[in-house]
Design a binder for this molecule. Structure first.
Ligand SMILES: [Zn+2]
Length: 304
């Protein structure tokens, strides 16, 4: 599982930080969380297979999170995409995209499956993963997302299988999947004898824009990587919560309360040319923290 922060600024794109967007790659599927202005240019700078996008999740309809969407959809059409594309977002996103379609600015040649979110729910589910959402606390309706890998099979003890005479090949695959195997000669092999306990899946949480709230903690509980907004720092004196935003200290407190593996702070105000002050503030509370830059890559490895 790999995360790429495409745009890490707040409010408006600058030469240093683009508008909000984050890519996620998982076993051949690709996802986009938010799509601020310029996202498609950022995507071109990555090895991300974005022409094959599986789904796009929009947190809220402020321009710095959604203004890149029409351009990206138009380019996907020009690239001859045929597959349907799922887009999830708050109420209003259908109207926004419909207006673009009516003005024929998208030139769409593939089906757009737009789902407006009205309540916390599971949005996508496959055998391997699910994507859930909860409402955050911003000045407009805003949704946080968790991408959660389902538990994966335990480790296969190949040495033990060799010693027991389990033939190599697909039979071993069946054992890994929890299926017991009978051979034509009458021998039987039981999955539990060769496969360890299942291992927890990995998870990624996208929380922006928001002031600290219970839903953010709930969404992030136990996550491997929490991407959380830190628009300001406490010492800056801005009324972050009045504006529906968080400080670096807030981000660290949410990460601590949720017991996440790692916190990555993003949506950084342009006033912090050097984000060291944000990092120092967060580290006092939660040491496993980084500040994202545009085009940073974060691998989420499976815990062994
Ligand atoms: Zn924003």
């Amino acid at each position: 599982m790999r995360i790429i922060t495409l745009g890490t600024g707040a409010g408006r794109p600058t030469l240093k930080r683009g508008s909000s967007a984050t890519g996620l790659e998982y076993q051949g599927d690709t996802f986009l969380f938010d799509c601020g202005e310029g996202t498609q240019i950022q995507l071109m700078k990555t090895p991300f297979h974005w022409g094959k996008l599986t789904a796009i999740f929009i947190s809220h309809l402020h321009g710095d999170h959604v203004n890149g969407l029409p351009g990206l959809l138009g380019t996907l059409s020009l690239s001859d995409r045929k597959e349907a594309l799922k887009v999830f977002g708050p109420v209003g996103i259908k109207k926004l995209l419909q207006a673009h379609r009516e003005c024929q600015s998208l030139g769409l040649r593939f089906e757009l499956e737009v789902q407006e979110i009205e309540t916390g729910q599971t949005l996508l589910e496959t055998e391997q993963y699910l994507v859930k959402t909860l409402p955050l606390d911003h000045v407009v309706p805003c949704w946080g997302y968790v991408f959660e890998e389902k538990p994966v099979p335990g480790r296969f003890d190949a040495l033990k299988a060799d010693q027991a005479g389990v033939p190599p090949g697909p039979l071993r695959g069946q054992l890994v999947l929890g299926q017991d195997v009978s051979l034509p000669d009458g021998r039987e092999f039981y999955s539990k004898d060769f496969v360890g306990p299942s291992r927890p899946g990995r998870s990624f949480v996208h929380c922006l824009d928001t002031q600290p709230c219970e839903a953010a903690v709930e969404l992030a509980r136990g996550a491997d990587l929490l991407l959380y907004e830190a628009t300001f720092c406490e010492s800056g004196g801005e009324p972050a919560h009045d504006w529906g935003h968080s400080t670096a200290r807030d981000a660290a407190q949410v990460a601590l309360a949720a017991g996440v593996g790692e916190l990555v702070m993003t949506h950084i105000s342009q006033r912090y040319g050097d984000p060291q002050v944000l990092l120092a503030e967060a580290q006092e509370i939660f040491p496993r923290v980084r500040v994202a830059s545009d085009l940073d890559v974060f691998e989420i490895k499976r815990q062994e």
